[in-house]
Every structure is written in C-alpha cells, then in structure tokens.
Design a binder for this molecule. Structure first.
Ligand SMILES: NC(=O)c1ccc[n+]([C@@H]2O[C@H](COP(=O)([O-])OP(=O)(O)OC[C@H]3O[C@@H](n4cnc5c(N)ncnc54)[C@H](OP(=O)(O)O)[C@@H]3O)[C@@H](O)[C@H]2O)c1
Length: 250
C-alpha cells in the first residue's frame, strides 16, 4: 500500500506516517521545512520538500514517491492555524491561512485525483476541524477556512465517487501536538476534551480504512458543537464570547 501525507513532517501527519510505516506500508511525507522532521531510518519512508500552495511542487513530490505505482491513500494534514479573529492576526498570517487551508486543500485534491485516475480505487482524506462544523457568524478566520475545507471535500466526494475514489473529512477537536502547545505557551489546560496524539491517529486511520464520509471527534466535543448549533444566534454569541474571554483569561 502507498500512502502520501501532505503536511506529514510533524504533528498529526507525522504520527499517521509512523502508524502506516508500522503496518509495512510505503509512506511519502512532505512539508516546507524538513529540519523539524524527526530522525527516521525506515526504508519505507520518503521525505519531500513541497508546499501545498504550489501545485507543481506537490505534483512532483507525489510522482517521485509513486514511480508509476498506485496511490492508495492521500492525506492532507497541511494546515495553518493561529487562534484569533480576523483583524487581530497579521495580514501575513491571514494570507498564509487562506492559501494553505483553502488553495492548498484544492491543490491536494487535484494532485491526488490525477494520481488515482484510472485506478478505480483510492481514498483521499483531509483534516478540517470540529470548529468548522458549526455555522457561527463570529467565528475566527481559521474556523471559516476549515468550514470551507469541509465544503470543498463534499464537492470532491461527489465528483470522485464515480471513479471509485472515496473522500474522508476529519474534523478533530483539540489534539495535543507540539504546534498547539507552541501556540498556547505549552499550557493546554483550557482546551476542552483534549485528545492525545495516539488516540487521534487511531481514530483518523480507522475512519480512512472504513471510508467514512466525515468523522468528528472526540464524541464529547462533537455533541457539544452539535448542541451549540441549535441555539438561537443571540444566545450562541453570548456563550461563545464568554468562552473566548475565559480561554484568554480576560
Ligand atoms: N492540533 C490540533 O488541535 C488540531 C485540531 C483541529 C485541526 N487540526 C488540523 O490538523 C492539521 C495538523 O495540525 P498539527 O497540530 O499536527 O500541526 P503541525 O504539527 O504544525 O502540522 C502541520 C504540518 O503541515 C505542514 N505544512 C504547513 N503548511 C504547509 C504548506 N504550505 N505546504 C506543505 N506543508 C505544510 C507543516 O510543515 P511545514 O510548516 O514545515 O510546512 C507540518 O508538517 C492542521 O490542518 C490543523 O489545522 C489540528
């Protein structure tokens, strides 16, 4: 089995890479900065420098990895996140978020689709976020990009079904990664229902294997978001505003 993971050089993506290597699969991973990739001597692992915002670089990385073999699974874990509303993050952060999370998602679907064309099989998975499942007008720019990821995946799922290619959307709550810790001064005490990396990896790989359309985890976070979704927007605004203040110690 051949698995390519865009954004596989750290965090959730690298953990998934280790999981597939442990199963004896051939795994290709890519990211922009390869210096942060942990030492890994597996002969089944190939590491590429590629940027999801540049479709040609992702295309070349996948082609180099496959060497004309089939692509069984493509997972896009590349994501840019900064936890704040539009206007409170820099233009550069906003631009990177939009490019990586939206254009990058489309680029990954296009590259995976071309690689899987004619195989009549394959699974493409993309990491969105649980925050993206809720229609909340005052959500952060990050959440709005992740809501777009869910919708882009829906569009490709429909388009690729006749070709035997399934699309799995992953919507995780907080996952304990180095990146999340860096963004929160190593303090995750105010992140509700935090999931450890191992549990997240098993949950994601299981959803991909079962070709689920959408997986939202952990269950408590899923039901909290679904419950909030049915509230009138005035009440939702008050709750979300208080939650944001509490999380920032305001
Ligand atoms: N951790 C959480 O709590 C959480 C919750 C919900 C959703 N998510 C989503 O899960 C995904 C992974 O998050 P994580 O916590 O594991 O973060 P992470 O460790 O920073 O992983 C992100 C990966 O994507 C790569 N990447 C970023 N921009 C890229 C680009 N333009 N081209 C190619 N690769 C790129 C990064 O490497 P380079 O920067 O070197 O390129 C890295 O390998 C993200 O999409 C995130 O939004 C995370």
């Amino acid at each position: 089995m051949n698995v390519f993971i865009a954004g596989g050089t750290s965090g959730i993506g690298y953990s998934l890479a280790q999981y597939y290597l442990s199963k004896g699969y051939c795994v290709g991973i890519c990211g922009r900065d390869l210096t942060k990739t942990p030492e890994n001597s597996s002969k089944n692992l190939k590491i590429f420098q590629a940027d999801v915002c540049d479709i040609n670089s992702i295309f070349s990385a996948v082609n180099d990895f496959l060497q004309n073999k089939d692509l069984d699974i493509f997972i896009n874990c590349a994501g840019s996140y900064a936890e704040d509303v539009a206007g409170n993050i820099s233009y550069e952060e906003a631009e990177e978020m939009l490019q990586t999370n939206i254009l990058g998602t489309v680029n990954c679907f296009e590259v995976a689709r071309k690689a899987m064309k004619g195989q009549n099989k394959g699974n493409i998975a993309v990491i969105a976020s649980v925050s993206g499942i809720m229609d909340y007008e005052n959500s952060s720019l990050y959440t709005k990009t992740k809501r777009s990821v869910i919708q882009i995946a829906d569009a490709y799922r429909r388009a690729l079904k006749p070709f035997g290619i399934s699309v799995t959307t992953i919507a995780p709550g907080y996952v304990d990664t180095l990146k999340l810790r860096q963004l929160n001064d190593n303090d995750l005490s105010k992140k509700p229902f935090l999931t450890d990396l191992e549990t997240a990896t098993v949950t994601i790989s299981d959803a991909i294997e079962k070709r689920k359309k959408l997986i939202i985890f952990p269950a408590k976070m899923k039901w909290m978001m679904k419950s909030l979704s049915i509230l009138p927007s005035s009440l939702l605004n008050i709750i979300m505003f208080r939650k944001a203040k509490w999380m920032k110690n305001d």
